[in-house]
Design a protein around this ligand. Structure first.
Ligand code: PAF
Length: 280
């Protein structure tokens, strides 16, 4: 595995690979890799010639007062895990190179990004779509893998890829969970055992929702009420949103349409914001 820091070098390599007709798979990450990231690598490895994984803690997707400075980092560990998993190129650009000088060009998706996480984190998705389009231009992927855990991000990036005609296929990998059900996330490292106890209510509430749907309850309000009741058991929990949506356009729906709906949640456990979702 080669570790590349230079944007020009990475782009030259990718363009060369494409000229040779090689199929490039790409996994964008912010590092501190866990099994969730590695499952994205696994989902691509057997269908590409070359696999690139990027690590870049993108400052433009963090709002003021968010956790940019304390976002967990472990480059040595990430190098080891990536190499063991079969990554060919680990791309780790520097912030000052990515947003060089008077950077002033952004990618903005306007329909899907003002709601849900976009409304609690203004500017977040502009940061995500800008860095991802830049990374697509640098790494030239034929195919990328994204985690379902960031459901809104997946829908937004698919829309950007379609609207801007990037010739990129998107694979979405199921959310990986810890043994206790907590969705894997680099931010889980912030949770103390007490936080974690409350955080587990998120998965408990999702399981309840799934059970209710299996029993034939399709009214969104009814399911959201039950979820709220469970989440309220956590003293440290403050709900940001609980929504049941159409999977494609992220519009709220009052009745679940099986196989077309998604439950999405964002919850603060004290100062730690966690998101999760489940396809219904
Ligand atoms: O999901 C993430 O880790 C980030 O939002 C991404 C896609 C790597 C862009 O910075």
């Amino acid at each position: 595995m080669q570790v590349i820091h230079s944007i020009d070098e990475m782009q030259k390599i990718s363009l060369g690979l494409r000229r040779e007709g090689q199929k490039i798979g790409f996994v964008p990450t912010m590092g501190f890799l866990h099994q969730g990231h590695l499952s994205l690598v696994d989902s691509l490895i057997n269908q590409v010639d070359v696999l690139i994984l990027s690590i870049f803690i993108n400052p433009t997707q963090f709002g003021r007062g968010e956790d940019l400075d304390k976002y967990p980092r472990n480059l040595d560990g990430d190098i080891k895990l990536s190499e063991e998993r079969g990554v060919d190129f680990l791309f780790v650009p520097q912030s000052e190179d990515v947003f060089e000088g008077q950077f002033s060009t952004y990618t903005v998706e306007q329909e899907l990004t003002n709601r849900l996480c976009g409304s609690s984190r203004p500017g977040h998705f502009q940061g995500v779509t800008t860095i991802c389009t830049k990374l697509f231009n640098i790494c030239q992927p034929n195919i990328i893998a994204l985690g379902q855990k960031d459901f809104q991000q997946v829908v937004v990036l698919k829309k950007v890829i379609k609207d801007l005609n990037f010739p990129i296929e998107v694979i979405v990998s199921e959310t990986m969970r810890e043994k206790d059900g907590l969705a894997m996330s680099s931010r889980n490292s912030y949770l103390s055992p007490i936080h974690r106890e409350d955080a587990l209510l998120i998965y408990k509430s999702i399981q309840k929702a799934v059970k209710l749907v299996k029993e034939g309850i399709f009214k969104s309000e009814k399911i959201k009420d039950k979820i709220l009741t469970i989440l309220k058991q956590g003293e440290l929990i403050r709900v940001d949103y609980i929504e049941i949506l159409d999977r494609e356009n992220l519009e709220s729906i009052s009745n679940i349409i099986p196989n077309h709906s998604v439950l999405v949640l964002a919850v603060w456990v004290e100062k730690i914001r966690l998101i999760d979702n489940h396809l219904l």
